[in-house]
Design a protein around this ligand. Structure first.
Ligand code: SAM
Length: 236
């Protein structure tokens, strides 16, 4: 896709979504799109392959949390997959130090090569969240944690809250079931030292999205996360 066409679409969609602050990054998002489609041609990392869909459902969706993260924060993106929200945040918030975690190494190859090629500040980490958050150096070491489309909220809380420093925020990026999931995660949030700080309802092309912000108010008890199987079999 040539540059004027991409930047016109990008500009139109970002304005419609109230994301004008990120208009200056059109050419970086165009480069990301080229890289995403080229990689996706041989290794499946996204089912969305048309530029409008990519801008709306990947970039605009991820950029909705960009203004909410504190200046200079260290951010862990759990289950980053093909780099969402990692890569849009790395482009739009160059003050952040982002670590991208996924259990599937081939997806991290894309994130790592893209970040290096585009000069973005991203560190990649292969492994399972529930194993890495058990102990130092990662436990209670991040200002912010994000997760989009990774697991149900009670499970995600047990994977993600242990990584956060007290006073840090977990950004759970959820779809239409977000509020129901939040109800079933009440006990998990409390047990793990969290408190719901804000629920943001957004619509991307008429489809509801919930960005649920959970603040860490107390240290997570050492008993959590439990061993892998127990977290999913018996969510808190
Ligand atoms: N966040 C990306 C997005 O929004 O496009 C990817 C979502 S994809 C549906 C879920 C990702 O979570 C997969 O890449 C998977 O490998 C990763 N994942 C699943 N369980 C995980 C775990 N226990 N620890 C780390 N990553 C995990």
């Amino acid at each position: 896709m040539n540059e004027p066409v991409f930047s016109a679409l990008y500009g139109e969609i970002l304005k419609k979504e109230g994301l004008e602050d990120y208009l200056p990054f059109a050419s970086e998002f165009e480069e990301l799109t080229g890289r995403l489609l080229a990689f996706n041609a041989h290794t499946n990392i996204t089912a969305i392959t048309d530029p409008v869909g990519i801008i709306e459902r990947h970039y605009a969706d991820c950029l909705k949390i960009a203004p909410l993260i504190k200046e200079g924060a260290s951010l862990l993106d759990v289950g980053c997959g093909g780099g969402f929200p990692t890569l849009p945040l790395a482009i739009a918030r160059k003050d952040l130090s982002i670590t991208s975690l996924d259990s599937t190494a081939k997806k991290l190859t894309f994130v790592k090569d893209t970040a290096t090629g585009m000069g973005l500040k991203v560190t990649t980490l292969a492994g399972r969240a529930e194993e890495l958050s058990k102990s130092a150096p990662l436990r209670e070491s991040f200002d912010a944690v994000s997760a989009r489309a990774v697991a149900s909220l009670p499970v995600l809380c047990e994977w993600c809250l242990p990584f956060l420093k007290v006073d840090g925020y977990f950004y759970a990026m959820k779809g239409a079931a977000g509020l129901e999931e939040l109800k079933s995660a009440e006990n998990a949030v409390k047990t793990l030292g969290g408190q719901v700080a804000e629920i943001r309802e957004d619509y991307i092309e008429g489809v509801v999205r919930y960005n649920i912000l959970i603040k860490k108010v107390k240290s997570t008890p050492a008993a959590y996360p439990r061993n892998g199987g127990a977290i999913k079999k018996k969510p808190l």
